[in-house]
Design a protein. Structure first.
Length: 109
């Protein structure tokens, strides 16, 4: 007797009163220093973009006896449900024009 193929079902439950972000842990980060963006890929299959509000070209480290400047607020920018399983790693490619993600759903996007 032949076995039926297993069907996979996935769904996303949005968080109440949430502007965006991950619902599960984050596995990968990539920083676009040109545009001051942080990308994150998580165990929820979501890719997020965050605005760092940082000028990486003019940032200098203080001397050892100086105080560090106060961190700037990072704001959520956008998200996309890119995969149906964990995102294991992400990388910027093509001079920061493309974001590549590798997932446990056995796809690279």
């Amino acid at each position: 007797m032949a076995r039926k193929a297993r069907q996979r079902i996935s769904y996303v439950l949005p968080l109440a009163n949430s502007s965006g972000g991950h619902r599960l842990g984050v596995n990968g980060l990539a920083v676009d220093t040109t545009n001051s963006l942080l990308y994150s890929g998580g165990r929820d299959g979501v890719l997020c973009a965050w605005d760092l509000h940082t000028d990486f070209n003019s940032t200098t480290l203080p001397d050892h006896d100086e105080k560090l400047p106060a961190p700037t607020a990072t704001t959520f920018r956008n998200q996309v449900q890119a995969h149906t399983h964990w995102i294991n790693d992400i990388a910027l490619a093509q001079s920061n024009e493309a974001l590549v993600s590798a997932s446990s759903d056995i796809t690279v996007k």
